[in-house]
Design a protein around this ligand. Structure first.
Ligand SMILES: Cc1cc2nc3c(=O)[nH]c(=O)nc-3n(C[C@H](O)[C@H](O)[C@H](O)COP(=O)(O)O)c2cc1C
Length: 187
């Protein structure tokens, strides 16, 4: 049976720690037979900061509609969530907020997230590795109806070098997040 997962980082920074950690989670997912992962960069789905007047004038941005289609074409999401002041990034919030709105055909985007499987990882230079952002993004995605898997791993940047996780045990934990999502979705 084939499983298709979508993956993105909540940071589009060139040297994003989260994008690096996401690579390990993707490797874990792809180690599960039949699982393929589509990695995207949110730079390719840019959206203005949500404003109700803009929505009334021009509707859901084409980029949000394209991303919704991708969600529909996949079976689950691997998300790497950076931490800004104990929270997840405005990029993540704005992207999902737009996608929950009404599309030109009258369908409400929010429907796509009902019971949508999601697995979470994070990274930050601090010792907590962005753990607080995971608690918040878990709550937010739950509000959208997503099924966020209970396992999560936060990786401190102190255990990363040259784009890789240096601690083998930690790397295995991150891979297990990806594999866990692929296995669960594949059942
Ligand atoms: C506005 C802002 C607030 C931040 N707050 C936190 C924080 O609360 N906890 C933390 O561990 N790191 C915090 N950081 C540092 C980020 O974790 C760090 O910049 C990280 O590298 C961002 O993720 P990225 O590498 O994937 O871009 C903050 C950074 C910014 C820009």
């Amino acid at each position: 049976m084939s499983t298709r997962l979508l993956a993105f980082s909540g940071s589009t920074r060139k040297d994003s720690l989260n994008s690096q950690v996401l690579q390990a989670a993707i490797a874990g997912a792809e180690s599960v037979e039949g699982c393929t992962v589509t990695l995207i960069n949110l730079n390719d789905y840019q959206m203005p900061l949500y404003n109700g007047d803009d929505e009334q004038a021009t509707g859901m941005p084409e980029s949000a509609q394209r991303l919704l289609r991708l969600f529909e074409e996949h079976d689950g999401l691997l998300l790497a969530s950076p931490e800004y002041n104990g929270f997840f990034t405005p990029l993540i919030k704005n992207t999902f907020d737009w996608m929950t709105r009404t599309e030109p055909d009258g369908k409400v985007g929010l429907r796509v997230f009902k019971r949508y499987p999601v697995a979470l990882v994070s990274s930050s230079p601090g010792l907590m590795g962005g753990l607080r952002s995971l608690m918040m993004v878990r709550m937010y995605l739950g509000n959208l109806g997503c099924l966020v898997l209970p396992e999560q791993v936060a990786v401190t940047g102190q255990k990363m070098k040259d784009g890789k996780i240096t601690d083998e045990r930690l790397e295995a934990q991150v891979k297990a997040i990806g594999a866990g999502l692929a296995e669960w979705v594949g059942k």
